[in-house]
Design a protein around this ligand. Structure first.
Ligand SMILES: Nc1nc2c(c(=O)[nH]1)N[C@H]1C(S)=C(S)[C@@H](COP(=O)(O)OP(=O)(O)OC[C@H]3O[C@@H](n4cnc5c(N)ncnc54)[C@H](O)[C@@H]3O)O[C@H]1N2
Ligand code: MOO
Length: 422
């Protein structure tokens, strides 16, 4: 090691929580844009939506039957059936013309407006109809409680009730509510534009034939997929050779254009670890360049002109973990959602035997067994592995351990799919 290398080696490790909190100090919610309701799925609401009118907007029948006055029906003790004159037939969409009075009923279909005077709907199945002297009557033998099968005005929403809060990811339910209240367009938060640059002279494009000493750039498409899952828009900048000047120009351009920039590779102590050189000489602020964790201990973050640069490890497993621990909370903050990862308590499905000097975030999968959640690592915990990403739906969080941890022990895991905002 020479003195020129000191910036590579002298690093102060911060805890993963401290690293995340330093990142979040430099991220703000983004502005809003209007999209047609049909395109709002998966976007984050930029406003709290409230009911503009009662829902249901009119008193309606929940069943096909007869709208009656409950007091006209036989009570429990009385054996005589009620025979009620039928005034009109009400399909959904019609406005009743007649008021239901004593001894009267209106035939009514599900979703139709209840006529005045009626307070109860008796299902068709428990009625018989008959004609007497050219008039139609309905015979009802059993009592039905007042209000049965009637949905009141505002029974589901009163004016001003919250439909969904700011930051909520729009799903099928939110779309249904927005439609019911006439929102043909929704105000959503602009998708964060996140640049991805892979560094490394060993990298090939996905469509290039393999050559000796080279591998294809798999991190960029993986991160693009993760960005889309998180509600962001990836801006793919391809890969750059280990040339600090050229890579710095690309990174500066990306920081100016995009809301955040993610790089992979070049952050460790090697001769070609160019991100280290770029950060050592530029005017931006390095937030941290070492995190007390495995994998991804050299994970680095910096800020230039208020924009965040997250420099993840080139190792695919480490960049996957680093993305979830640091990029997802930043994106969620930009989208006005709760940034902290969702954790669950679970049981370890198989023993973990490695000794651990640092907290570990192990790619793992949840299982549901014996009314409990179990978490099983998806394979060997090596940061170079890609196949352990495939099945992972959580990160098993293990504290530093002097010896391993046994099957069935209680553990914590971070859930990776955070589709629904909290
Ligand atoms: N002497 C030391 N060597 C290393 C240390 C250390 O402390 N001392 N740390 C190790 C750890 S831990 C990690 S993590 C890696 C971090 O390395 P870099 O982030 O600098 O990444 P690279 O060296 O550029 O690449 C690592 C590995 O990943 C492959 N890679 C890179 N980019 C891609 C990509 N876009 N798609 C797929 N695979 C990629 C690359 O070929 C390497 O095999 O450093 C350790 N070394
Ligand atoms: O910290 Mo590294 O990502 O273990 O290989």
């Amino acid at each position: 090691m020479t003195s020129m290398d000191s910036h590579r080696f002298h690093r102060q490790a911060v805890s993963p929580d401290e690293a995340r909190s330093r990142i979040l100090q430099h991220v703000r919610p983004l502005g809003a844009e209007t999209v047609p309701l049909g395109e709002a799925l998966g976007r984050s609401s930029a406003e709290a939506a409230a009911a503009s009118h009662p829902f249901p907007p009119y008193r309606r029948s929940a069943m096909d039957g007869y709208a009656v006055r409950a007091m006209d029906l036989p009570d429990g003790a009385q054996h005589e059936p009620a025979v009620l004159e039928v005034l009109e037939s009400l399909p959904a969409g019609e406005v009743p013309k007649r008021v239901v009075g004593t001894g009267q009923a209106s035939r009514i279909m599900t979703g139709a407006m209840l006529p005045e005077g009626a307070d109860t709907v008796v299902m068709l199945e428990v009625t018989e109809t008959e004609r007497i002297n050219g008039r139609e009557y309905v015979r009802i033998r059993k009592p039905v409680a007042e209000g049965r099968n009637v949905a009141d005005i505002g029974g589901e929403f009163q004016p001003g009730d919250e439909l969904f809060p700011t930051g909520r990811v729009i799903g099928a339910g939110e779309v249904a509510l927005a439609a019911a209240f006439g929102h043909a367009n929704l105000q959503v938060i602009r998708r964060p534009r996140v640049a991805i640059l892979s560094t490394g002279s060993e990298l090939l494009s996905v469509d290039e034939p393999l050559r000796p000493g080279k591998i294809r750039n798999s991190n960029a498409v993986m991160l693009a997929a993760l960005l889309r899952e998180a509600g962001a828009e990836p801006v793919l900048l391809g890969h750059a050779a280990d040339d600090a000047d050229r890579a710095e120009r690309i990174i500066r351009g990306a920081l100016a254009e995009c809301d955040m920039t993610i790089t992979t590779g070049g952050i460790s102590v090697g001769d070609q670890d160019i991100l280290v050189d770029i950060l050592a000489r530029w005017e931006g602020t390095t937030l941290f360049n070492k995190v007390a964790m495995r994998p991804g201990s050299p994970t680095t973050a910096a800020v230039l002109n208020g924009k965040l640069l997250l420099a993840l490890s080139g190792n695919p497993g480490a960049s996957f973990v680093g993305f979830h621990l640091f990029a997802v909370p930043a994106i969620r903050t930009m989208l006005c959602a709760e940034p902290q990862p969702v954790t669950i308590e679970a049981r370890l499905a198989e023993p973990f035997t490695k000794v651990n000097a640092f907290p570990r975030f192990i790619r793992a999968r949840t299982e549901f067994r014996d009314a409990e959640i179990w978490v099983r690592p998806t394979g060997a915990d090596q940061s170079s592995l890609m196949k352990t990403i495939v099945d992972a739906d959580c990160l098993l969080v293990l504290p530093p351990l002097k010896q391993g941890i046994g099957e069935g022990e209680r553990v914590t895991a971070i859930l990776l799919k955070q589709g629904v905002s909290r």
